[in-house]
Each structure stands twice: as structure tokens, then as C-alpha cells.
Design a protein around this ligand. Sequence first.
Ligand code: DAK
Length: 257
Amino acid sequence: MELKATTLTIKNRIAYILINREKALNALNVDVMDDLSLLFESMLNKQDLIGVIISGSGEKAFAAGADIKEFVSHDQKIGYDLSAKGHRIFNKIENFPTPVIAAVHGYALGAGCELAMSCHMIIAGEKAKFGQPEVNLGLLPGYAGTQRLPRLIGRAKAIELLLTADIISGEEAVQLGLANYVVPAGQEITKAEEIINKIGQKGPEAVAKTLQAVNAYYDKAQGGAEVEMKLFGEAIASNESKEGVAAFIEKRKANFG
Ligand code: DAK
């Protein structure tokens, strides 16, 4: 398997996926998204896995969003298609038959937060920061953030975070029900291993069926996903997002008029 922007290590029946774009704060570009798709497809054949841990390289970030520098020339159709592709990839993670845990030691923003939310659990380090800052760019989340955030933390707080673009700490994420635990910096993966090893002692079929049943509860609400893809396509082609993305690249504040 040829991976372009991630690495896979398997040890003691746990798969460790590392996002490997430290200089861009592990922003999820096309290469990372393609790797995740390939990984979660191919790992379905590894029957003895008891869990997967996703983390980001470097000191600062789990993933600081989708790669904003790739948005520059997107029209409505491309925006819709990319959003639909992202939904499919993150659904593969959510539907994976063994527990997938996001070990978040730094920024998990935008698509990075959406990736963490598609995992079954999130372990936050003391320096973790979560948020959906897409409105700063004249956008809305495109990888199911409008769907999974309200599901996890409830409508009122989700709307507040989505519209204010506020960034919250790991501790707040636990209080809100977004993350499972906050742990001392550097202990994120160890805590994830502890949980996966505990689950690894249970019956693997029962674990897979339980995950499938929990996911089925949410399948009822899939209509919202299609709405998000459509609106994301519209937003990415808008003047607002052109200004928001240009402002990020030029390192200035966006002027939405
Ligand atoms: N994309 C591309 N590059 C990024 C990036 C990102 N999301 N975040 C950081 N970088 C780059 C910076 O541009 C900088 O690159 P150079 O200038 O060195 O070339 C480098 O990483 C280091 O970042 P900073 O110098 O800014 O580091 P600081 O510690 O000062 O600040 C920060 C860290 C995380 C506060 C800051 O980098 C920041 O605000 N980053 C952007 C956060 C953000 O807005 N994230 C949400 C992105 S919106 C889509 C589907 C979904 C989405 C989009 C499209 N499709 C369907 C197409 C979702 C959208 C998002 O995720």
C-alpha cells in the first residue's frame, strides 16, 4: 500500500495512523484524505486488529483543518464533490468494526475536528484545542461537522461553536461530551491504548455489532448530510469564501463587508 501523507504502524494488534504534514499543521489535503480512504478500506481485511489510533505529527496539531491553500479555485460542483467524498471517507471511519480513537494533542480545527468526531472516541491532551472556524473563511463545515457536532454536544452549544468559531480546550471538550478524557500532554496515545486493550478482551463480534447498532441510530438523520454537501458547494463558490480564503493566505483579517 503506497501512502502519501500518513504512516501506518501496527503493533500488538493496534493500528497507529500518523498524519505526516507537520509544516502545514497536518492540514487534511487530498493526499491525506486519499490515504485515510485507502487505509480504512484495506484494514477491513486485517481481522486480528483490536483498534485504531489516529494522531498528528509534530508538537502543535492533530490537524488544523482541511488544506485551505487547496480551496482557492473551487467551484460549486467541485466543492459538492469534495464534500461528498469527505463524507464517504469519514463514514468509513465511523463504520469501522473495531474502535477508532483520535489522540488529539494540539489543534483539531475545522476538518481536523470533523475527523476526530468521525472516530468513536476522542482523547484530548492538556494542550488540545477544538473548534469549527469555517465561518471565518466564509464557509461552513464540509465533512459532516454540522451533523456530528450537534449529535455529540447538543444543538445549542453546537450552534454557538459553529457560528462564533470559538476554540475550546480539551477540558471543555470533555465537559461538553465531545471528548472522552483529558490527559496530561504526551499521554494521549497511552490512554487510547489502555481503552483499546480493555475492549480487545471482549468478544470482537459483539464489539463490531455494538458499533454497528450505535451507528444505525444515527443513520436516521442522514438527510442533513446531503444538505451540508449542497450548501458547502454553494459556499465554496461564493465571494465570501474567496475573501475568507484570500485573507487566510495573505495573513490578514477577512473583510466580509
Ligand atoms: N490549511 C493550510 N495550511 C495551514 C492550515 C490549514 N488549515 N493551518 C495552518 N496552515 C499553515 C500556515 O499557513 C503556515 O504555513 P506557512 O505560512 O508557514 O507556509 C503553517 O501551517 C503554520 O501555521 P501558523 O504559522 O498559522 O501557526 P500558528 O501557530 O501561528 O497558528 C493556527 C496556528 C492553527 C491558529 C493557524 O494556523 C490557523 O488559524 N490555521 C487555520 C485554522 C482553520 O481555519 N482551520 C479550519 C480550516 S476550514 C472541504 C471540506 C471541508 C473543509 C474544507 C473544504 N471540501 C469539501 C473542499 C473544511 C474546512 C476547514 O477545515
